[in-house]
Design a protein around this ligand. Structure first.
Ligand SMILES: C[S@@+](CC[C@H](N)C(=O)[O-])C[C@H]1O[C@@H](n2cnc3c(N)ncnc32)[C@H](O)[C@@H]1O
Length: 291
């Protein structure tokens, strides 16, 4: 790409899927390699690939810095309209691009989470460790489990753990690490949109740097009475000096509102080294129990 770096493009895709789903699926933007793009080409079905390449040509032709990121979607929509596409055709095109973006996002996480030199905390989340100390183990669900650092910790503590994540290479690594650790974890390669959440099933749901808002009803329903959610994410302030998907960012006290029907065990709004990004920043943490 001549005028926009690939990183900008990937950022845009993350934004783009967010613009549709109202929630981006990542907590961090990372540089994706050209091999990722090749994988995407191989894995996308034709309309997605076509939409992706067409969009790439368009963004490549934009004057540098001319279109603020937040206005790109509308600018592209207008461009498609100028080309004579009907509103139905535009929506079909954008939907195909969104699907391609989703695959790109998965590739990104595969790459980040299986990197030989990880740039995230590979130890279990410290808040999860604290909040589960002394809790009788039961069934646990690790949402967007990544490479399994939290699932494996819980299994070691005697929990019967299931984790799911659409990033298949990260999930494969989780299974490999669980084997090495001599524990069993059940894994599912799915996103939150497809996962069968069920009702009254889990004693613990782990929400570590993953999107929650679109699935809040399913999460609450899936917990057993007396079951807990343990969540860690970024505070809005953390976005001042780094690009973070809105899905893992909360305003002050927003989590308290989201879980106002639960018993709040612990809420923290503090400056700490975030597990993702690995810099001192403002993070929010919630442990809450279903009545
Ligand atoms: C910041 S990582 C957190 C990983 C893990 N929870 C942890 O704390 O180590 C975000 C994770 O969300 C996953 N993810 C992306 N899209 C998702 C979706 N639609 N549903 C569930 N998880 C998703 C990514 O693959 C990635 O593993």
């Amino acid at each position: 790409m001549s005028k926009f770096t690939h990183l900008a493009f990937v950022c845009f895709l993350a934004f783009f899927s967010a613009a549709f789903a109202q929630e981006p699926t990542s907590g961090q933007t990372e540089r994706a390699s050209s091999s990722n793009q090749e994988k995407l080409s191989a894995q996308s079905d034709p309309p997605e690939l076509e939409a992706y390449l067409k969009f790439r040509r368009w963004i490549n032709a934009q004057p540098e810095g001319n279109t603020p990121r937040g206005e790109m979607l509308e600018a592209y929509r207008a461009h498609l309209a100028d080309q004579g596409l009907t509103s139905t055709e535009i929506e079909t095109e954008l939907e195909a691009l969104r699907r391609g973006g989703k695959r790109q996002e998965v590739e990104l996480w595969n790459q980040v989470l299986t990197a030989e030199q990880p740039r995230f905390n590979t130890a279990p989340n410290s808040f999860l460790v604290r909040m589960t100390e002394g809790v009788e183990p039961g069934t646990a669900l690790d949402v967007g489990m990544g490479q399994g650092r939290n699932a494996i910790f819980l299994a070691q503590e005697g929990w019967k753990v299931t984790g799911f994540d659409p990033a298949e290479e990260a999930v494969a690594l989780a299974q490999e690490l669980a084997d090495k650790a001599g524990v069993e974890i059940a894994t599912v390669i799915q996103g939150s949109e497809e996962f069968a959440w069920d009702a009254d099933r889990w004693d613990l749901i782990v929400l570590s740097y993953v999107m929650v808002r679109p699935h809040i009803g399913q999460i609450k329903q899936a917990l057993r009475s007396g079951g807990m959610v343990v969540l860690e994410a970024f505070h809005q302030d953390a976005t001042q000096n780094q690009s973070i998907g809105r899905g893992v960012v909360y305003e002050s006290n927003e989590l308290l509102d989201l879980f106002s029907d639960f018993r709040i065990i612990q809420y923290e709004d503090t400056v700490a080294t975030a597990d993702f990004g690995r810099r001192e920043t403002r993070v929010v943490r919630l442990c809450a129990m279903k009545p």
